[in-house]
Design a protein around this ligand. Structure first.
Ligand code: UT7
Length: 328
């Protein structure tokens, strides 16, 4: 009997703006210091897309082009483009539509997925199911966020955490056992506004008042979100391992969302993994929201071996959480 069709990642790409903002740079803006940021989060610097002419679709397109080149696939062959983001260029049209035009993916349809820091995983599982169905053969999945566009650089509780960036993967069918094996996703609706941007949508359209009140910026109750994130990421990662009969010894890499080094360490600990099996680049890029996981895959692309068991794991606003088990 032949293997089931799985969606395999055949190309990985990235985009990072050149401008680096260090903890020392932020010390000039808010009452903070390198020691606090490093010990509480693990972050040393983050990238910022300063050019006002460029937004999320630009970064997403650059990452997509690199993923296609890596896979040796022409943009004209792409069937679908999924962009996970909370910082779309516009509320509509979708960022995916802008990417489709930018990269010349003439026959592709596309749409955006909004699931905050879990967005890339939700998009990846959606793209993988499109491939598994047999209907599509080449699906681009992109995580991209220009977090600097919704950050209040007078709020030390949020501006130190986030950065800008994009990562992309190409999914293609595989019947050799490699590809996405399983996924778990949960959404726990949060009506307390613990992690959100409350204006700019239909509830609070832009007015002078919403701007004056800084409602177009991200807001977060860090302590509460930290507690929830630590529990949820560890729980969902342990659950996907259990469901697939995996122990810590079986897992080659954990690819965690990069929100806080302490959350990542707690997840690894629960999975029975030492930190040398955990992809961590938070010190260089901070939390790039939907881009953290594909940026890890990009940075580690030459270390991944065919057949490696890898677990991707995330938690974010919504609240959303997800884990994906991939045989690389
Ligand atoms: O990616 C989506 C999901 N997001 C997350 O997972 C983020 C989860 N939250 C976190 O990572 C952490 O809660 C933060 C990094 C945001 C904050 O770390 P914390 O250890 O939870 O700090 P805290 O909020 O409990 O604040 C401790 C102290 C407070 O001072 P007092 O009240 O003890 O005097 C804060 O005012 O640190 C103060 N503080 C700061 N001090 C220097 C808060 N922000 C800063 C800062 N620099 N940037």
């Amino acid at each position: 009997m032949s293997n089931p069709v799985r969606a395999r990642i055949t190309g990985v790409g990235h985009f990072l703006p050149e401008e680096r903002v260090t903890n020392a740079d932020l010390e000039k803006l808010v009452d903070t210091n390198d020691e606090w940021i490093t010990t509480r989060t693990g972050i040393k610097e983050r990238r910022i897309l300063r050019d006002p002419e460029k937004a999320t679709s630009y970064m997403a397109s650059e990452a997509a082009k690199e993923a296609l080149a890596h896979a040796g696939v022409d943009a004209s062959e792409v069937d679908a483009i999924l962009v996970a983001t909370v910082t779309p260029d516009y509320l509509f049209p979708a960022t995916a539509a802008l990417v489709q035009k930018n990269i010349g993916a003439g026959k592709a349809f596309g749409f955006d997925i909004s699931a905050a820091c879990s967005g890339f995983l939700y998009a990846l599982s959606t793209g993988a199911m499109m491939i598994e169905s047999g209907r599509l053969r080449k699906v681009l999945v992109i995580g991209a966020d220009k977090m600097s566009s919704i950050l209040d650089y007078t709020d030390r509780a949020t501006c130190i955490i986030f950065g800008d960036g994009a990562g992309a993967v190409l999914l293609e069918p595989s019947t050799d056992g490699r590809g996405m094996v399983d996924f778990l996703q949960v959404t726990e609706g949060d009506d307390q506004q613990l992690l959100c941007q409350i204006a700019g949508g239909s509830r609070n359209p832009a007015t002078h008042e919403t701007v004056d009140n800084k409602w177009h910026y991200i807001r977060q109750d860090g302590k509460t979100v930290f507690k929830k994130a630590t529990e949820a990421m560890a729980d969902i990662s342990a659950a996907i391992m259990e469901r697939n009969g995996l122990t810590g010894d079986d897992v080659a890499w954990l690819v965690p969302h990069q929100a806080n080094l302490r959350i990542i360490a707690a997840t690894a600990n629960r999975m029975g993994l030492s930190m040398d099996k955990v992809m961590v680049n938070i010190e260089k890029y901070g939390n790039t929201t939907a881009a953290t996981i594909p940026l890890c895959l990009y940075d580690w692309r030459n270390k991944l071996q065919a057949g490696d068991n890898i677990v991707l794991s995330a938690f974010g606003g919504g609240f959303t959480a997800g884990a994906i088990y991939i045989k690389w």
